[in-house]
Each structure stands twice: as structure tokens, then as C-alpha cells.
Design a protein around this ligand. Structure first.
Ligand SMILES: [Zn+2]
Length: 393
């Protein structure tokens, strides 16, 4: 699978660092020995690093300085690739194969790839959720073979803590979980049964847990329980990813208000307080979604929080107007402790007829720069026009 390549990249970084240490030690040894040769500039030594041959006595140097091993985690927001309910006319052409095609290689390039599964996966049956207002009733049931599109794009973790994972009742949840398991995709977010998932890749353990305000899901409101789940994962894993589906929706709710948000009469959580609480408990990356628009990012205690990743791949029954039609793919590079090192935003956009495509106008990057400046002026996170994420010096 493609997924293994980036991890080897991580190793290459470590290896290069080892060689650099080695060449620097050459230099200092030479100086100590009082060699008459002109001092080789460090830059030249570094440039020649890959031609240096390791003498036996430098092996120890490489061992004590194994280099910064880094891992890349990609997160995206809401995904619903098409629904066969109320009718197959809500399914995209070509069996959904085109939906993620334009971004598949990017998604699969990370060590770990995460997204929010905004619906159920089952061919038929289940009890559709009854709605108070049938004209505004949206329930999502994707065909089972669509799971292959997630697998092909390299998804490792999916959140099932949201307002649609219960759209087809207990049968829907059971079948969705079975289909994901068969495809080798881990999932989390249901209270009491699926509170977290752990995936091991090349000796590194990644944990994921997911929260929402919706019935049956791990609650975004219960901070002590959320912290307990995160602390447990922190003990067992190297890198802990926390997902939440919370906050009010739409273009008029793009700012993070730092208080509980109520929308359609429902408390959608205090996403700021929640995110800080889970980082305090040991979370390394927080991927938020739910507002269907992009929201700001911040670094808190050296950990990246994305307050909303927006609509990523949502076919058919979703409003994609204005800010709801753009979204970021966020790639976060962390060290072995999960501390933020750097990142990259790939801006994408959707239209009614197609899934995410790379946005040459880079709208999601511009939005993230503006919102982050407005909502978190104090953050050390710097977002460049090119979408690069770094720590402000
Ligand atoms: Zn939702």
C-alpha cells in the first residue's frame, strides 16, 4: 500500500540527520587533531554528507543521535459520498469512484489519514431516523462497496460520532461498523462500545477518539469522561488524535466563540473549552468538524487544534454555497511525542457535480489565515499564503 512510503520518508530524515551529526563530528575531530588543512566550511561538509563513509568509531554517534523521526497525519472534515435513500438517484455517477479521485494520492501520502464519516454504510434496511420536519430531513445511507473508496484513499481512522451515524438505527450502526472492519478501517465515537481505536503503523501507536453532542455518541459535553478516554489513549499510544463534531453551522458561524453554541435548539458544545481540555489530557492533534464551513486553527501547548475542517466530500444533499463549498486538507507533521513540527494545507472545493478538487484560488487557505488572525491573534501558529503551517518565531 502507498501508505508505507511516508514512513520511510521519516526514516530518511532521521538517517540524514545521523549523517549530518557524523560529518560535524568529523570536522571537530579534525580541528582537535590540529590538522593544517584549511577549515572546511560546515555547509560544504553538509553538502558532501551523503559521500561520507562511516568509520567504525562513529557508529556510536549515530546511535546517540538517531535524529528527529517525524510522522504526518492528515485530517479532513465531513464525508458522505452519496446516499441510496430515499432513492438511488442521490448516488453519484460511476459508483462513486470519481468522488475522491482528485485528492486520493494526497490523502494516501500520510502515515495516518483521518476523516468524519457523516452517514451510514449499508446497502438496505435499517430504520430511517424520523424527523420532525420531513422537508428538512436528511438521512444518509451509502452503498457498502463505497467503503472501498475510503480504503483506496488510505483512510485509517473514521469518526462515527456525529448527527448522521444513527440515521438508520441500530442496524445501520452495526452494519456500518462491520463494513468498516472488513475494509480494515478503524473507527470510534460511540459511547460505551466504540470509544476509541488504536492503530499501529511501523511500531508507532496512534490512538483516535471522537466526540459529538448527539445521542449514542461519546459526549462533547462531558469533559471529564472525554479527558479520561484521552488519558487512557495517551498512556497506550505514541500519538493521540481527537475528533469532535460540534459548534453551530453555516456561513454566519465561522468564528470560534469560546462559549457553548446552540443551534436549532441543540447545545452543540463549547468547542474551545473541549479542545483545550483534551489537549490538557494528552491529545496531540484535534480535528474538529460539524459547522459545514472552515473555522480557525491554533496551537495550544504545542498541539494543533483545527476547529472545523468543513465539508470535505459531501455529495448531493449538502449545501455547497460560498464557504460551505471550500475546505482544507490538513497535513500535520508531529514528532514522536505528538508535538507539532509543521504542516501543510491543501485547499479544495466542491460543486454539486463533483467531489473535492484542488482549488487554484486557494480559498480555504485565505479563509484560515483570516479566521485564525481574528479568533486566535495570540497563537504561535503561522499560516502562509502557500498554506504552510509553521511555528511563529
Ligand atoms: Zn453533521
Amino acid at each position: 500500500m502507498l501508505k508505507r512510503i511516508p514512513f520511510q520518508k521519516g526514516f530518511r530524515i532521521g538517517g540524514l540527520f545521523g549523517i549530518i551529526v557524523l560529518s560535524v563530528s568529523f570536522l571537530s575531530c579534525g580541528e582537535k587533531a590540529g590538522a593544517e588543512h584549511s577549515r572546511a566550511p560546515l555547509a560544504a561538509a553538509l553538502a558532501a554528507a551523503d559521500t561520507v563513509i562511516n568509520p567504525p568509531d562513529t557508529a556510536a554517534v549515530v546511535e546517540v543521535a538517531p535524529g528527529p523521526v517525524r510522522f504526518t497525519v492528515i485530517g479532513v472534515g465531513d464525508m458522505m459520498l452519496g446516499t441510496n435513500y430515499p432513492s438511488a438517484s442521490y448516488l453519484p455517477p460511476n459508483g462513486g469512484r470519481n468522488m475522491l479521485a482528485d485528492v486520493r494520492d494526497i490523502l494516501a501520502s500520510a502515515d495516518i489519514t483521518f476523516g468524519n464519516l457523516e452517514g451510514t454504510i449499508l446497502d438496505e434496511g435499517g430504520t430511517p431516523k424520523r424527523c420532525n420536519n420531513p422537508s428538512a430531513c436528511y438521512v444518509f445511507r451509502s452503498p457498502e462497496d463505497y467503503v472501498q473508496h475510503f480504503a483506496d484513499a488510505g483512510f485509517d481512522f473514521l469518526s462515527i460520532a456525529n448527527n448522521h451515524s444513527g440515521d438508520f438505527g441500530a442496524t445501520g450502526r452495526q452494519r456500518t461498523k462491520a463494513v468498516l472492519k472488513e475494509a480494515g478501517i478503524a473507527f470510534a465515537g460511540l459511547a460505551g462500545t466504540d470509544e476509541y481505536a488504536i492503530v499501529e503503523r511501523n511500531g508507532v501507536k496512534y490512538g483516535m477518539c471522537a466526540f459529538a453532542p448527539n445521542s449514542g455518541t461519546c459526549s462533547i459535553h462531558n469533559l471529564s469522561k472525554a479527558s479520561e478516554i484521552v488519558s487512557k489513549l495517551e498512556e497506550e499510544c505514541d500519538i493521540v488524535i481527537v475528533s469532535f463534531h460540534g459548534g453551530a453551522e453555516g456561513a454566519s458561524h465561522q468564528n470560534v466563540p469560546r462559549r457553548s453554541e446552540t443551534y436549532y435548539g441543540e447545545n452543540r458544545g463549547d468547542v474551545y473549552k473541549f479542545s483545550h481540555a483534551v489537549v490538557d489530557a494528552g491529545a496531540d492533534i484535534v480535528f474538529g468538524h460539524g459547522p459545514h464551513v472552515t473555522r480557525a486553527m491554533e496551537l495550544y501547548k504545542g498541539r494543533l487544534i483545527c476547529y472545523s475542517l468543513g465539508n470535505f466530500c459531501t455529495y448531493g444533499r449538502f449545501n455547497l454555497r460560498g464557504p460551505a463549498g471550500i475546505a482544507p486538507i490538513v497535513a500535520v507533521t508531529v514528532d514522536r511525542e505528538g508535538a507539532f513540527q509543521e504542516g501543510q494545507i491543501t485547499p479544495v472545493y466542491q460543486e454539486k457535480t463533483h467531489g473535492p478538487k484542488i482549488d487554484s484560488q486557494r480559498r480555504a487557505v485565505n479563509t484560515l489565515i483570516e479566521l485564525t488572525r481574528a479568533d486566535f491573534p495570540e497563537t504561535e501558529l503561522l499560516i502562509t499564503k502557500e498554506g504552510k503551517l509553521t511555528i511563529r518565531k
